[in-house]
Write a protein that binds this ligand. Structure first.
Ligand code: IMP
Ligand code: MG
Length: 178
């Protein structure tokens, strides 16, 4: 069983999530009485998404929540680069203002793919939000509109992120040390 060394504490995450919520609430476009559609990318963003929608409520922004899943082919820590939508949202996306929420921006392929999918679905607008960003790993030229923490090129787990389906439950973000 590998050890996990803490990189970002639960307290640091909570305070940054509140900050992101204020940022999002300050710029979120509105469409009449329709709430912002928060689209949480499974599985990795399930913890972040849950905390974020509650923080958005605290920042005065009511939201509607839905989920989608992306799959990329590969093993636990590397991927082949091919991304597909493996589970589509149930909400009707056309004309909606969407906040896309993912756990981590790495090569950028997932976010770019999800963004293109939303555009094809006819959304009114997309803003993107990631808890973690590893800018040094980028293969596709894409940025998130809201970033929790920029980190170095290290494989991280916890707060929803996994290593071969393990460690998602950790309340902090850490690095696996074999
Ligand atoms: P991208 O498409 O290369 O940007 O990768 C994004 C996805 O790869 C994330 O949503 C994660 O599921 C996974 N991923 C990338 N880096 C890490 C990491 O350090 N720990 C856990 N999962 C990661
Ligand atoms: Mg993911």
């Amino acid at each position: 069983m590998p050890d996990v060394e803490q990189l970002i504490s639960a307290e640091q995450i909570a305070s940054r999530v509140a900050g992101i919520a204020r940022e999002v609430a300050g710029v979120a476009p509105r469409n009449g009485s329709e709430d912002l559609l928060v689209l949480v990318v499974l599985k990795g963003a399930f913890v972040f998404g849950g905390d974020l929608v509650r923080a958005l409520d605290g920042a005065g922004l009511p939201t509607e929540v839905d989920f989608m899943a992306l799959s990329s082919y590969g093993n636990a820590t590397t991927s082949s680069g091919e991304v597909r939508v493996s589970c589509e949202p149930r909400a009707t996306l056309a004309a909606r203002h969407v906040l896309l929420v993912d756990d981590i921006l790495d090569s950028g392929r997932s976010l770019a793919h999800a963004h293109a999918y939303l555009t094809r679905s006819g959304v009114a607008s997309t803003r993107s939000c990631v808890l973690l960003d590893k800018p040094s790993r980028r293969v596709v030229d894409v940025q998130a509109d809201h970033v929790g923490f920029e980190i170095e090129d290290r494989f991280v787990v916890g707060y929803g992120l996994d290593w071969a389906e393990r460690f998602r439950h950790l309340p902090y973000v850490g690095v696996v040390s074999p």
